[in-house]
Design a binder for this molecule. Structure first.
Ligand SMILES: C[S@@+](CC[C@H](N)C(=O)[O-])C[C@H]1O[C@@H](n2cnc3c(N)ncnc32)[C@H](O)[C@@H]1O
Length: 257
């Protein structure tokens, strides 16, 4: 069974503090037509975005290969009374996905594109996108823009410290993050350091490591174009500002050529 690279039960609670996760779905919703759209969310995770999209009246198919994340998404979906035909959850690897169905929109959120670190995987993923979009359909991609000051540092420690509570486990956890960067390979190794204290006062520590790539604006454009996708708009943040040198995000609204 595939599992999420971190701890699935922590996911919603540990990410709640990110301002961007309160802004990404409203910005996307603001670009969707009022009439019902069919939407494929690749790497749907716990349904953080798919559930509000379905609640807004759209028909969503969410795909993820981590059963533990999908199980949480299913529980949340059922808990808010969304029917399976409004949000269906599929366990599959997005690199090899073929649902034999095309959608009005395909979306890929919260930096997930960057988890695909090689050009081969990025092309395979974008081919999955193209295979599933209707001829006049749209692709919405949201990733961070590399921060050149951070890139100049080989290593950062104690980034983004966060204390969060996980009600399902009745556990309060402290997490900090360290990152090692290699500009030559365009890979950064991210490590989450978790600490919590149980009922008996015993301290627990756990570390979870994973790698992300980073891509630059022109590289993103080339990748999209060579897979048959054209950028119509690229925002630098959730306020719809144009991408500039200091923009934290690259939010690309693309169409199929
Ligand atoms: C950062 S989470 C994003 C979840 C959700 N889209 C959101 O915005 O909250 C990344 C998700 O990508 C999934 N994932 C990574 N590689 C995948 C692959 N090859 N096929 C399917 N899912 C994948 C992970 O299991 C995880 O649930």
């Amino acid at each position: 069974m595939k599992q999420y690279r971190a701890i699935a039960e922590y996911y919603d609670a540990e990410n709640m503090h990110h301002e961007m996760l309160r802004q990404d779905v409203p910005l996307l919703l603001g670009h969707l037509p009022q009439r019902r759209q069919s939407i494929l969310e690749l790497a749907v995770g716990t349904g953080r975005a798919a559930i509000p999209l379905a609640q807004a009246g759209h028909r969503i198919v969410g795909v993820d290969y981590a059963r533990d994340m999908l199980e949480i998404a299913r529980r949340k979906r059922d808990g808010v009374g969304i029917a399976e035909r409004e949000l269906s959850l599929v366990c599959a690897d997005v690199l090899r996905l073929n649902l034999r169905k095309r959608f009005d929109w395909v979306v890929l959120l919260f930096n997930t594109f960057l988890a695909f670190q090689t050009l081969k995987d990025q092309d395979a993923l974008l081919q999955t996108v193209v295979r599933h979009i209707k001829p006049r359909g749209k692709f919405w991609l949201d990733i961070f823009q590399p921060n050149l000051e951070l890139l100049a540092q080989a290593e950062s420690k104690n980034l983004d410290p966060v204390l969060f509570h996980v009600p399902e486990l009745n556990r309060t956890v402290f997490r900090s993050t360290s990152v090692e960067r290699d500009p030559a390979t365009q890979i950064q190794k991210v490590m989450f350091h978790y600490r919590w204290i149980d009922d008996r006062g015993k301290e627990h520590r756990q570390r979870v490591a994973f790698a992300l790539t980073f891509v630059f604006p022109r590289e993103l454009q080339l990748l999209l174009e060579r897979n048959g996708l054209t950028i119509e708009k690229c925002y630098g943040n959730y306020d719809r500002s144009k991408l500039n040198a200091n923009s934290p995000r690259m939010i690309a609204l693309c169409r199929r050529r």
